[in-house]
Design a protein. Structure first.
Length: 100
């Protein structure tokens, strides 16, 4: 979506893409899992119908379910997936050149 805006320079566009990816990954890795598993029934009763997670606080079950596995798997995926996509693009480019 950022490439559709049409920045003046390539480096300005790459800066905006990098910042957008950072914000999206921070939100996905740091906030979504915390909000999905949060239970705000006692703290904020007006929004308790939205946040009805199983954990009232950070407890050992939270760390085994969310803190240990989900967040780490998400960070590993976010660190490996761009490399896989770059390799895929390079292989496809060479394949198309060879086919041509």
């Amino acid at each position: 979506m950022i490439t559709w805006i049409g920045y003046d320079t390539h480096s300005e566009m790459m800066t905006k893409i990098t910042n957008g990816i950072f914000i999206a990954q921070f939100f996905n890795t740091g906030l979504i899992y915390l909000l999905v598993y949060a239970n705000f029934g006692d703290t904020f009763p007006k929004i308790s119908y939205i946040f009805r997670g199983p954990y009232l606080d950070y407890e050992p079950a939270w760390y085994s379910t969310v803190g240990g596995s989900l967040i780490i798997y998400t960070m590993l995926f976010n660190s490996v997936f761009p490399v896989i996509m770059q390799i895929k693009d390079d292989v496809l480019k060479k394949l198309f050149i060879r086919m041509d």
